[in-house]
Design a protein around this ligand. Structure first.
Ligand SMILES: Nc1nc2c(c(=O)[nH]1)N[C@H]1C(S)=C(S)[C@@H](COP(=O)(O)OP(=O)(O)OC[C@H]3O[C@@H](n4cnc5c(N)ncnc54)[C@H](O)[C@@H]3O)O[C@H]1N2
Ligand code: MOO
Ligand SMILES: [Mg+2]
Length: 630
């Protein structure tokens, strides 16, 4: 679990674009090289209100906020005056450590007024505005900041914070026994009045969240399937080699007559016929100079013949009483080998037809190749078996709603369909009430049924009946890997590992959030599990596209947004274009997902760039085949 930081540059000139912000990027480098995840950056002028507003907002989500600039002696320097009234606790020793360290480098350090304190359980540090001064000051305390954060965040576990120094997550399919941010969820059975009023889970940037999940999930073991059981979506675990040559015999490419090429045009007796599949005549007879044999496309060329003349290049001279052809005139000359596929022409025996990791597609080419390879069974990666559970007292499967307050379960059908499209074996465990006992029992049932993973929706936010995370930790002995993601929608997306390497994606209940989170995280993880490889870019592909509507979209200043969109290739302009489908992209609106084949990544807005406009370049994550406009 990473610690998150925001970097706020305070500078009139930088905020107006009259000077370049060099301290912000330098601080980012320093923090990132010390394992911090920088989730927020912005530039504001030297104005008290803008400084306090940004710091207060970021303190809702970040562990640390570094404010750079406005710490000098000029009357316009207001950073310290803006911040200190926000502090619920001052951390003067951090400020002293910064000044003491900087004084060793320059006596000018005596002229800066750095400060540090706690705002909303977030450590806030103000450093000078210059690139050199800001990094020198932060460098003095960077080593103790995780511990400062640890103490400041009463609700967040110490292990979680100390763990940020630990190497990345374990290689594959095992629960990290060095500790995870587990053990911080609500205690089951505690009174509602005693619940936490803030989420204990830091918001992890979306790409980092996916990388974390990837670290926990390996590839499923190999299995053997017969050809009739091969399905689109399966992945070959071993190369497939041709057991026999194809064709296995010299085969005719045309309907006509098997001839001796050197004989040339002339009149010939017809010896009989070689038709595909019925080749008794071939076994008994061979073609010798002066005779020919009828032959159909794909039939074995009889011994002695070395070419085929098309029926169109012949003329019937004589028929027998029973309607057979007795004598035929050959009108065209053919070369030896003409219209014959020699043995192994299509595939030589022993050729590797398909390599390991080939994905069986719905196009048919791979299954067709498996069939012609002559092998009876194939080694593939086991198919992911995934359970789907909808949670919520309000949910119903019925078209008729008998009670007020009921809501039709749209998440389960959506998730089941999306899993099936990935080729998963889906176990539908229905709707489960918001009851920890039933939830735990249903998830245990999924494990009993051999599911590799469980996908739930609902019950992961701050509600008094949002039980998923406590049930995972306290009933199923699971570890929460991440409990919130810095994204809109789907902020409370949760990923957890259960014993024996089984995983849970506990997706938010809001329908668009559930489906977006599925495509952002669950789909690529399941592809990795199924053997499709381990490169995130390949398992969750994206393209650069031109934003083409609506005219202008206001960017969220806190969370990057993943907007449901239609991606289309514009053949006239030769560019990908992405149109956000519905300007009302609320997370409750499943219908905004209908027709979507991409998620447009909208960056967080800033004072410099508050909107995305028609014509802007954006990244679109491809979640279904794109459209083509000719
Ligand atoms: N105080 C806070 N409240 C909420 C926060 C927050 O940070 N603080 N986060 C909001 C966000 S963002 C989301 S997203 C939702 C996530 O809620 P849950 O995952 O706990 O889901 P529920 O509370 O069970 O339901 C939310 C909503 O979705 C409807 N729903 C649930 N399941 C289904 C389904 N299968 N089919 C159709 N609709 C479903 C449910 O009826 C609710 O309307 O929390 C916010 N709250
Ligand atoms: O997941 Mo929520 O969508 O951010 O409303
Ligand atoms: Mg809820």
């Amino acid at each position: 679990m990473s610690l998150t930081a925001g970097i706020l540059t305070v500078s009139d000139k930088c905020s107006q674009g009259l000077a370049q912000d060099t301290s912000g990027p330098a601080l980012r480098n320093l923090l990132e090289s010390n394992n911090w995840v920088v989730t927020h950056t912005d530039i504001v002028p030297d104005e008290t209100h803008q400084i306090t507003q940004t710091v207060e907002k970021w303190s809702q989500t970040c562990h640390l906020v570094v404010v750079s600039g406005g710490t000098g002696l000029a009357s316009g320097d207001v950073t310290v005056e803006a911040l200190e009234p926000l502090f619920t606790k001052k951390l003067p020793s951090l400020a002293i450590a910064m000044v003491a360290g900087s004084l060793r480098i320059t006596p000018m350090a005596a002229l800066s007024q750095v400060t540090a304190g706690i705002v909303n359980e977030t450590v806030v540090v103000a450093v000078p505005g210059s690139k050199k001064g800001s990094t020198e000051n932060l460098q003095q305390i960077i080593g103790v900041l995780p511990h400062a954060v640890d103490t400041a965040c009463a609700g967040r576990s110490t292990r979680q914070i100390h763990n940020m120094q630990a190497p990345a997550l374990c290689g594959c399919s095992r629960v990290d026994d060095t500790g995870s941010p587990g053990g911080v969820s609500e205690k089951l059975g505690a009174s509602v009045a005693g619940r936490a009023r803030k989420s204990p889970y830091p918001m992890v940037p979306a790409d980092e969240a996916l990388a974390m999940a990837f670290g926990y999930v390996g590839v499923l073991p190999k299995a053997i399937v017969e050809l009739s059981a091969v399905r689109a979506g399966m992945v070959l675990a071993e190369p497939v080699v041709a057991r026999e040559p194809v064709p296995a015999y010299r085969a005719s490419v045309m309907d006509g007559y098997a001839v001796v090429a050197d004989d040339g045009p002339g009149d010939y007796c017809v010896l009989g016929a070689s038709t595909a599949g019925k080749n008794s005549a071939v076994a008994e007879m061979s073609v010798t100079s002066g005779s020919i044999m009828r032959i159909t496309t794909g039939a074995p060329v009889p011994p002695g013949a070395d070419a085929v003349v098309m029926v169109e290049d012949t003329q019937l001279l004589e028929a027998s009483a029973d309607g057979e052809e007795a004598k035929v005139r050959v009108l065209a000359r053919v070369q030896p080998g003409q219209h014959i596929r020699p043995v192994g022409f299509d595939v030589a025996q022993g050729t590797e037809l398909l390599s390991a990791s080939t994905v069986i597609s719905g196009v048919g080419g791979e299954i067709g190749t498996l069939a012609l390879s002559g092998n009876k069974s194939f080694r593939i990666y086991a198919v992911p078996r995934i359970a789907v559970i909808s949670t919520g007292d309000e949910l119903t499967d019925s078209a008729e709603m008998s009670l007020q307050g009921q809501v039709r379960d749209s998440n389960r059908p959506a998730l089941i369909c999306a899993l099936q499209a990935l080729g998963c074996d889906v176990v539908d465990l229905g709707i489960v009430r918001d009851d920890p006992d039933i939830l735990a029992a249903t998830m245990a049932e999924a494990l009993g049924k051999g599911c590799h993973g469980i996908i739930t929706s609902g019950g992961v936010s701050m509600g008094e009946r949002d039980w998923l995370r406590p049930v995972i930790e306290q009933r199923l002995d699971g570890k929460i890997v991440f409990g919130r993601v810095l994204m809109k929608p789907a902020k409370p997306t949760t990923f957890a590992m259960l014993p024996q390497g089984r995983f849970v994606f506990a997706l938010p209940g809001n329908p668009a959030s559930a489906v977006v989170a599925f495509h952002m995280f669950a789909a690529p993880v399941i592809r990795k599990l199924a053997g499709h490889g381990d490169r995130i870019e390949a398992l969750r592909p994206s393209v650069r596209a031109v934003f083409c509507g609506p005219e202008e979209l206001v960017l969220d200043h806190v969370r990057p947004e993943y907007a449901r969109a239609r991606l289309c290739w514009n053949s006239q302009l030769a560019v990908w274009q992405a149109e956000v489908l519905d300007s009302r992209q609320q997370s409750s609106r499943m219908a905004s997902m209908a027709g979507a084949n991409a998620l447009v990544c909208l960056p967080r807005g800033s004072n410099q760039k508050p909107v995305v406009r028609n014509g802007d370049q954006i990244t679109a994550i491809v979640i279904a085949p794109p459209a083509f406009n000719y």
